[in-house]
Design a protein around this ligand. Structure first.
Ligand SMILES: [Zn+2]
Length: 198
């Protein structure tokens, strides 16, 4: 029953999005009814819903669903995870790679869950800095490891497409807790991912 209500709600939202995309296309001086654009408002609305589906997902629950008791206490690193998000200032994509490491403190998580956590936070209107922090906090609070490290390297379409003179620049953000605040541990992590921070 509740499921149905949610679906109905989402259909309504999508219909409103469709109408608004039609207005935007018209406002841009285009004919929203010409052949190539006729279904564009609907497609754009569905794409936008897809790209922001992270609002409805619980990243901590995803981690908790695959937490295992384990004595392993070396660094666990998942690197080069593809990230696609939307900049909240321009609604344009930013995309790149995320690298996540943690040092277990009695618990490990299924490795495939780390990219899923990133998806949950990336599929929202975001700024790269906040997303980096949210991923870090989620892992830190859920599996309570000895330390977490998150580095994200991304290109922002709002910089690349709008004539700023930094078309090829990559924005790097990072966040660290616990053991990763120690220089040696942090350097080991940064060497492993091949990133040059500071
Ligand atoms: Zn932007």
């Amino acid at each position: 029953m509740e499921q149905l209500n949610t679906e109905e709600f989402e259909n309504q939202v999508t219909q409103k999005l469709v109408e608004n995309y039609e207005l935007i296309i018209r406002e841009l001086g285009e004919d929203p009814f010409r052949e190539g654009l006729a279904k564009t408002p609907e497609r754009a609305a569905k794409a936008m819903k897809f790209l922001t589906q992270g609002y409805d997902q619980d990243a901590e629950a995803i981690l908790r669903s695959a937490m295992f008791r384990e004595d392993y206490s070396e660094m666990v690193l998942v690197k080069d995870i593809e990230v696609y998000s939307l900049c909240e200032h321009h609604l344009l994509p930013f995309y790149g790679k995320a690298h996540v490491a943690y040092i277990p403190n009695g618990y490990i998580v299924g490795l495939s869950k780390i990219p899923r956590v990133i998806e949950v936070f990336a599929r929202r209107l975001q700024v790269q800095e906040r997303m980096t922090d949210q991923i870090l906090k989620c892992i830190d609070q859920t599996i309570k490891p000895l330390g977490v490290a998150v580095v994200i390297e991304a290109r922002h379409m709002c910089m690349m497409m709008r004539g700023v003179q930094k078309q090829n620049s990559i924005t790097t953000t990072s966040a660290f807790t616990g053991e990763f605040q120690r220089v040696e541990t942090r350097s080991e992590f940064l060497n492993l991912i091949g990133a040059k921070l500071y």
